[in-house]
Design a protein. Structure first.
Length: 122
């Protein structure tokens, strides 16, 4: 089995886990694991999956409310600094930049200024 095939399998496993997480209302999960390949045989050896840091949408929304944002802010798309962002999390340990959001154009995640996001959401 080639390294390319191993990468394909890893991608399929992560895609399947993402669908399962979405089905159960989970929005954040982390997998750890690997596929070890024995060079003399074509088989998968030693694959383990560990799911950590499972967070529900309600958990994130309640943290956003603590920061002063309106209920239901999680998942909203806003225009901030002339860019489109989707609100995906809250960081209570950094209240000034407490709103985690993904730039829709680039997929990069940023911490947005909480007070600015509050004004945008009204």
């Amino acid at each position: 089995m080639t390294g390319t095939k191993v990468k394909e399998i890893n991608a399929e496993v992560n895609a399947a886990l993402a669908q399962i997480a979405k089905k159960h209302g989970l929005v954040s999960f982390k997998t750890t694991g690997n596929i070890a390949v024995d060079g003399s045989r074509d088989h998968i050896n030693g694959f383990k999956i560990k799911v950590e840091a499972v967070v529900s949408a309600d958990d994130i929304d309640s943290k956003l409310v603590i920061l002063g944002l309106p209920e239901g802010s999680f998942g909203k798309v806003i225009t901030y600094d002339r860019k489109q962002f989707k609100i995906v999390g809250a960081n209570l340990s950094k209240p000034k930049y407490g709103v985690s959001a993904i730039d829709i154009a680039t997929g990069k995640q940023y911490g947005l200024v909480t007070e600015s996001v509050k004004r945008i959401l009204g």
